[in-house]
Design a protein. Structure first.
Length: 145
């Protein structure tokens, strides 16, 4: 294998490895958020399932549009700051650093935003999903006016 072929293969593998988290940032309204994949690992005792960890950095006042996570189970852990969250018809809750919540497959995340207009916030989202599921976030379709 030539160096060029090896380099292309590594680049392609890198793109495939990041495909699951790049779909998170596919929504253009995510300009005030930094989304970075922290890890992706197959689950040895659950064939066909993987864990994907994503760090979401929220600028002061930043919000995520309403969304769901398809067939993935999600645990969100606040690393710093405070995140306001509302899942399904539940109460709107502000989670602070060290606190967490979970979302079941099919849940609707109506509110996900930095609770502060002056301080940044950061969370770690851990997805348990089918290994071949690269669409970990499904943004709500805007309703026609």
């Amino acid at each position: 294998m030539s160096i060029r072929t090896l380099s292309l293969a590594i680049s392609a593998a890198s793109l495939l490895a990041t495909a699951s988290f790049t779909t998170l940032a596919a929504d253009p309204s995510q300009q005030d958020q930094g989304i970075t994949q922290a890890f992706q690992q197959a689950i040895a005792n659950a064939p066909g399932k993987s864990l994907t960890g994503v760090v979401v950095d929220y600028a002061p006042g930043a919000k995520s549009p309403p969304h769901s996570h398809g067939a993935a189970f999600v645990v969100a852990y606040v690393l710093s700051g405070a995140i306001r969250s509302k899942v399904n018809d539940g109460k709107e809750i502000v989670f602070h650093a060290g606190e967490s919540w979970s979302e079941n497959p099919g849940d609707h995340h109506a509110i996900s935003e930095n609770a502060s207009d002056t301080e940044p916030a950061k969370l770690l989202a851990i997805f348990v999903a089918d290994t071949n599921d690269h669409n970990l976030v499904i943004w709500d379709t805007p309703k026609a006016q």
